[in-house]
Design a binder for this molecule. Sequence first.
Ligand code: AMP
Ligand code: GLY
Length: 422
Amino acid sequence: MKVLVIGSGGREHALVWKIAQSPLVEKIYCAPGNPGIGCIAENVPIQVDDLPALLAFAKREGIGLTVVGPELPLSLGIVDLFEEYGLKIFGARRNAALIEASKAFSKDLMKKYDVPTAFYEVFTEVEPAVAFIRKHGAPIVVKADGLAAGKGVIVARSEDEAVSAVKEMLSGNSFGDAGSRVVIEEFLRGEEASFLAFTDGKNIIPLASAQDHKAVFDGDSGPNTGGMGAYSPAPVVTPAIHEKAMVEVMRRTVDGMAAEGRPYRGVLYAGLMIDGDSVKTLEFNARFGDPECQPLLMRMKSDIVPILLAVADGDISRIAIEWHDMASVCVVMAAAGYPGDYPKGDEISGLEAADRIDDLFVFHAGTGYSDGHFVTNGGRVLGVTGRGVTVADAIRKAYEGVAAIRWNGVHFRTDIGRKALL
Ligand code: AMP
Ligand code: GLY
């Protein structure tokens, strides 16, 4: 079978790497891909939001399965379009992807179906929003309604910071249309975990647990990014927390979406805040997490292709997923300045040395290829992912890879996975 993966980040490199191990697959394409992906798949120069060109390509090449990485094409309706033409595709339909594309929608859904989440209200006008902030005080959290590449959330330490975030968003200056509505919600304490599950709209199969590191600097300081590293399993997801997340978050959400006439098919990602035995949902994503996908797929023992096909066919009742009884840790190597402005085109050295390390894989996220060298071409550049018997072993392995690689102005956190050791 020929497979098309859509996207160009570390998540898509991990998907291509895992799909390539399936005996069912004869050829993989990736649109648009990146130079690392190009070593295992054929990159196709079509952007993720160019739906007509992606459809034409899939029809022309006889693609048997398309796998969507990022949220943008999902929210543009790529799954609906491919299905209309009888093409098999893994991902949430447009009306289900709204669970990520609109925070107001997802909060209202959680409220309606009793999915535990932070207390909140939705605003389109500055004045009532400011009154809400003054009434509840800081810390408080301000979120742009629409898609903002993981950067539309301000955890405000003071009322004034929250007020200026609201003004920025509602004026349309910082996030365009995505900020024309805001969600303001209660600040939650605790430890975060990424809880992902495959669902066909009825059955739910959880993936292994994972934890992301959103802040740019060690000790969770500095601004939030798309994710600076991740590990799996996450000990904070105890068997009791897992059970609670399945019953109170996943089951209620999947049933709620079905009841709303928006059956959810694909991978559903709940960002959880865990505090003692309390589990609350911070957000939903309609896709695999990035970088969580890298350590998760490093640990997946089963062939992923039958799973993706079963989800696309709408029946996962006969699927079981096996996991390697090992831990995996992904350390993101980023360009200096990320998540703000950063330089591009710096030559990356040491990739061959890292390649020779066992139980390590370097997933490319924002790389380019120029004059015979890999160069930086994005904020998050590489996801150096190691595997080991314990989390401590996996951390050592990942940082052994990181130590082999360098470029001018490289930045990475030195404490990825440490929380799992406490
Ligand atoms: P979100 O995109 O909604 O998951 O928010 C991004 C990040 O902001 C989360 O991963 C948390 O670190 C933080 N965050 C979001 N909502 C809250 C909240 N209600 N309380 C505390 N932190 C939050
Ligand atoms: N790593 C967080 C996300 O993918 O949204």
